[in-house]
Design a protein around this ligand. Structure first.
Ligand SMILES: [Zn+2]
Length: 119
């Protein structure tokens, strides 16, 4: 594994394991913060290690009833690790995008238009 990525992982303080085979120089196995189950291999070059990771089961408790109104748009469906958001401001007449959810100690948020929205 590349030293730079290994440093990034170690600095994040999270549990990880190296993996073998395809893309092993840039990928690592990561684990659910809550139950410790593997959440699979991740390309560390692109992974936001500041966000806590949850497995498909543990993320369920974050799922909210939709729609959720935000000042930049509306969350129309909630999948736990990502949501579908419809922009309803002046820039787009109707545009639906998938938004990755990030997790920290305060809860779950999405980034939209340079702002964090806790949902
Ligand atoms: Zn879990």
């Amino acid at each position: 594994m590349w030293k730079e990525l290994e440093n990034k992982l170690n600095k994040s303080g999270r549990k990880w394991e190296p993996c073998e085979g395809y893309m092993s120089d840039r990928s690592a196995k990561l684990f659910c913060e809550k139950c410790g189950k593997s959440v699979g291999m991740h390309d560390i070059t692109y992974t936001n290690l500041e966000s806590i990771m949850y497995c498909g089961d543990c993320v369920q408790e974050y799922i909210k009833e939709c729609p959720i109104k935000l000042d930049c748009g509306t969350v129309i469906s909630d999948h736990g690790a990502f949501v579908e958001m419809e922009y309803t401001d002046n820039y787009y007449s109707r545009m639906v995008v998938d938004k990755t959810c990030y997790f920290n100690k305060k809860g779950r948020y999405i980034k939209a238009k340079g702002k964090r929205y806790y949902i």
